[in-house]
Design a binder for this molecule. Structure first.
Ligand code: NAD
Ligand code: UDP
Length: 315
């Protein structure tokens, strides 16, 4: 198949492109390189069935493809809050453009939605039937409401135009190729621990997250795209739940770091707890994560350690 991956030079997107190429597909990576990097996909450039288009999804594009994975959108709060209006445009105009393309070329389209559609959840663990508790005017709203509206667009195009859609809600995902200055918790703590800098816990560190290793995420995405039973939304994430303090201690232990743990103010609307209910993913897709947090952290730490010691020769 010929497959379009928007946001393909980003963290998850680059792993997805690599896996799709390994599975024998032709891959077109479309990216505006806001948070993506050429070096994430440099090792794929010699492959004759891999193409890169520098393009912004807020502008229409026409390419003949069989499947579209729509990942274009900054995922770290620091990056999506940098230009909130642009984040909204990316989610809404970008998803509209990709749905228009899917309709025109009759491609199946998978939307990378997020656990953030549940906002600061009052139902725990989060099931797909929960409508969420998002602040529509807060600092995270450009992302949360943008992604919620993108889901609405997906279902409207499906009902109105018969577009073949799939929607997954991705929970916190980590691994090699996250940006060092990404601002997300796993990369922040690993880089701080490796450099011997203070590890910055926002608030008291009792808030929880569930961390999924990127290889497990990519497997879940591909299974969802190619299944004929469910269109979604389906939660994809690792149900192991950890406090931010537990994560910091684990990273400090694995890296044998002497970094101090310090506390910084909790950003507004920071969700208190988050854990996916993955019953649908496991029953309908036969998917469950296989890489435990400690194991995934060891692999991620190797990557960041290589980059920090050898910034010109990324792993
Ligand atoms: P990332 O920031 O590394 O990747 C996003 C990619 O999209 C980057 O390459 C960026 O340059 C590109 N991009 C951004 N705006 C664009 C635009 N207007 N036009 C074209 N390209 C654009 O983030 P990621 O962690 O790889 O996330 C990928 C997708 O998964 C995002 O849609 C994100 O919302 C979703 N997601 C990720 C997580 C996570 O924990 N990583 C959790 C929930 C949802
Ligand atoms: N966090 C933290 N220190 C950091 C970065 C993040 O304590 O240096 C916290 C953040 O407040 C949140 C959790 O870690 O409670 C996850 O943050 P991240 O930005 O990775 O993703 P989120 O799930 O909030 O979108």
């Amino acid at each position: 198949m010929r497959i379009l991956v928007t946001g393909g030079a980003g963290f998850i997107g680059s792993h997805l492109c690599e896996r799709l190429l390994n599975d024998g597909h032709e891959v077109i990576c479309l990216d505006n390189f806001f948070t993506g990097r050429k070096e994430n996909i440099a090792h794929l450039m010699d492959n004759p069935v891999f193409e890169v288009i520098r393009h912004d999804v807020i502008e229409p594009v026409l390419v003949e493809v069989d499947q579209i994975y729509n990942l274009a959108c900054p995922a770290s709060p620091v990056h999506y809050q940098y230009n909130p209006v642009k984040t909204i445009k990316t989610n809404i105009m970008g998803t509209l453009n990709m749905l228009g393309l899917a309709k025109r070329v009759r491609a199946r389209i998978l939307q990378a939605s997020t656990s953030e559609v549940y906002g600061d959840p009052k139902v725990h663990p989060q099931t797909e039937t929960y409508w969420g508790n998002a602040n529509p005017i807060g600092l995270r709203a450009c992302y949360d409401e943008g992604k919620r509206c993108a889901e609405t667009l997906m279902f409207a195009y499906n009902r109105q135009n018969g577009v073949d859609i799939r929607v997954i809600r991705i929970f916190n995902t980590y691994g090699p190729r996250m940006l060092e200055n990404d601002g997300r918790v796993v990369s922040n703590f690993i880089v701080q621990a490796l450099k011997g800098e203070d590890m910055t816990i926002y608030g008291d560190g009792s808030q929880t997250r569930s961390f999924c290793y990127v290889d497990d995420m990519v497997e879940g995405m591909i299974r969802m795209m190619n299944n004929d039973k469910v269109i979604g939304p389906v939660n994809i994430g690792n149900p192991g739940e950890f406090t931010v303090m537990e994560l910091a201690s684990m990273i400090r232990k694995i890296t044998k770091s002497g970094s101090k743990i310090v506390h910084r103010p909790l950003p507004p609307d920071d969700p208190v707890q988050r854990r996916p209910d993955i019953t649908i993913a496991s029953k309908s897709l036969g998917w469950k994560p296989t890489i435990a947090l400690e194991q995934g952290l060891v692999r991620s730490i190797e990557y960041f350690s290589e980059r920090i010691n050898n910034p010109k020769n990324p792993a």
